[in-house]
Design a protein around this ligand. Sequence first.
Ligand code: SF4
Ligand code: SF4
Length: 151
Amino acid sequence: MRKLLRRIFLIDLIEGLAVTFRYQHPKYITTEQYPAERPKIAERYRGAPRLNNHPETGETLCIACNLCALACPENLIVVGSERNEQTRRKELTTFTYDTSRCMFCGLCEDACPVDALELTQDFELASYSREGAIWDRQMLEEGPRPSRYKY
Ligand code: SF4
Ligand code: SF4
């Protein structure tokens, strides 16, 4: 009889809905609200590459030594340079970094003697084309500019 009454008055359904609605309270929400809320990134996370410039002069820190390209097991870094006839120093002209093949191992970063190349905590690397995954010097110096959504 009790079972029948439960069925007639849809008690199981109501109990189920009560559980569902109880967990609608914000304190129970565990889903990350990205991109409205950006997640915390681990301190040692290795993400988007950056080619650092001198903070005061704005000139590149890269001395075009090519060590990062040699250290990379994927051979995805190409450093272009030319010799300055006056100073007799190599100067950086182009720098390409294929993020689609990168495994973010950090060997290039470790190999850089002047801390010019850095793997930052930026994690938004998506692009609409394969070509978009190949970053040139300008992109590496300015960093990615992901869309910021407002709600
Ligand atoms: S993080 Fe590793 S795979 Fe990526 S460019 Fe540097 S050395 Fe190459
Ligand atoms: S190792 Fe550093 S200084 Fe040398 S080419 Fe790479 S980014 Fe430039």
